[in-house]
Design a protein around this ligand. Structure first.
Ligand SMILES: Cc1cc2nc3c(=O)[nH]c(=O)nc-3n(C[C@H](O)[C@H](O)[C@H](O)COP(=O)(O)OP(=O)(O)OC[C@H]3O[C@@H](n4cnc5c(N)ncnc54)[C@H](O)[C@@H]3O)c2cc1C
Length: 415
């Protein structure tokens, strides 16, 4: 019998993990990307791998903070003035999704997707170069306000009902745990079961290397459309040239909204931008990733230096970066780490693929027998990537999925 074939669009963490799991299901895999492997959002994120990520980003209490954030040029969230009208429907949908009952549902769906992240990575990386890039080290949340790092009553309830272990710390315990930090933090929370990657880009490239060794083909080219007939994708157009396909997986990150629309499904996918600075020879670094809860960024020790990554900016997918956002991170680095040398700095901007309820889209494309969606992991793609990939492979193989995928269906936006 001929080997079954799958074409994955996007060589980010979701695409390469999908390729590896599809190979385990016996598929012959081609991965198409418009650019080099792993240079989308998967390139420059904070590298947190967080099985304990069960708190949606938009929860009822957050809306009280939003006006203040948006008026503060140094704040953690901005909307470009030219983009306000475009972003408004997304923000209103996010506000609707932040009702308490919906937050509880979303939290359960996050647990299902994130809870086994480390086991899924272990299965994929065992005995490979990629294994050393993942470290089970825990993560530390800190705040400049007493108890704020512990989270609100709702946040604490979400973590405890999901069985996420955490340890509340006072300012002295924060100092003992992470002496590199300035004495400005008054509360902390240790999440001992969370982890990090030492370099997200290197991790994606190492996984892609494994897929290549297993026989996958990586093709460089932009997907510009699809040839469809009788409820099937017949060919993917790469730079306009048709490439026949048997199955196609859309894992194109923040660009996936456009590709889905070509298949007749509209999803409210936003490009939620984030920025990073990576400081080499910083002279100081925390031992483990430290999330600054008030300013909403993470300071991570990486093989390539001390990285501060985070914040959110809504702008058009192709708008130029606003590098002033990285100045905010530079100021924070000086405030957070006394004695840090901020001389050799690289700057980066990437677009998180974000849906208003914070859950991804995963499943068969409506009305299309052989097309599958796998995108929209917003702030959690490095965590969700390996499980998304496993589910993609199970779906294409026609097997019972290891978790219920109904909460991630694209159809939820049509209701
Ligand atoms: C500042 C920041 C910090 C973050 N920190 C964390 C963190 O600590 N932990 C965590 O879990 N997540 C984090 N994230 C989120 C995470 O980075 C993303 O969710 C994840 O990388 C998305 O992966 P992806 O494979 O879906 O998309 P991407 O990595 O963006 O890959 C999509 C690929 O598709 C390709 N593509 C797009 N359009 C086309 C086309 N038409 N034809 C061919 N190819 C195409 C692109 O070139 C790209 O390579 C962070 C994000 C940001 C921005």
């Amino acid at each position: 019998m001929d080997q079954r074939k799958a074409c994955v669009i996007g060589a980010g963490i979701v695409g390469v993990c999908s390729a590896l799991w599809l190979q385990r299901e016996g598929f012959d895999v081609t991965v198409v990307d418009a650019g080099p492997i792993g240079e989308g959002a998967s390139f420059g994120n904070a590298g947190n791998i967080s099985p304990g990520s069960v708190v949606p980003h938009l929860i009822p209490e957050l809306w009280k903070e939003l006006p203040g954030w948006m008026l503060d040029a140094q704040g953690p969230l901005t909307v470009r003035p030219a983009h306000v009208l475009k972003a408004l429907p997304w923000l209103l949908a996010a506000a609707r999704a932040s009702r308490r009952e919906r937050v509880l549902e979303v939290s359960r769906a996050m647990l299902a997707l994130h809870g086994n992240a480390l086991q899924a990575y272990e299965t994929l990386t065992h005995g490979t170069q990629a294994a050393r890039l993942i470290e089970r080290c825990g993560q530390l949340y800190v705040s400049e306000h007493p108890t704020a790092a512990h989270g609100s009553a709702l946040v604490q309830m979400l973590r405890s009902s999901a069985g996420v272990r955490s340890e509340a710390l006072d300012w002295m315990e924060v100092r003992e745990l992470e002496p590199s930090l300035a004495p400005i933090f008054r509360s902390g929370l240790l999440l001992p079961d969370n982890a990090r990657t030492r370099d997200p880009h290197a991790l994606v490239k190492a996984l892609a290397g494994e897929a290549t060794r297993n026989g996958a083909t990586f093709v460089r080219g932009k997907v510009t459309g699809f040839d469809r007939s009788a409820g099937q994708v017949r060919a993917v157009l790469i730079e306009g040239r048709p490439q026949p396909v048997e199955n196609v997986v859309i894992a194109a990150g923040a660009a996936s909204g456009q590709l889905s629309a070509w298949l007749g499904t509209r999803v409210p996918l936003a490009a939620e931008r984030g920025y990073h600075i990576t400081i080499s020879d910083a002279g100081v670094a925390p031992r483990i990733p430290v999330m600054h809860c008030d300013a909403r960024f993470v300071a991570s020790p990486m093989d390539v230096g001390l990285r501060l990554a985070g914040t959110a900016e809504f702008a058009a997918l192709d708008a130029a970066p606003n590098w002033r956002r990285t100045q905010v991170l530079e100021n924070q680095a000086r405030r957070m780490f006394p004695g840090v040398r901020v001389e050799k700095v690289s700057r980066w901007m990437g677009s998180r693929p974000s849906l208003p309820d914070g859950l991804p889209v995963l499943g068969r494309a409506p009305g299309c027998r052989n097309a599958w969606f796998a995108f929209g992991n917003s702030h959690f793609g490095m965590t969700a990537g390996p499980t998304m990939g496993r589910l993609v492979a199970e779906l294409l193989a026609g097997r019972q999925t290891s978790i219920d995928v109904a909460p991630y269906a694209a159809e939820r936006f049509a209701r």
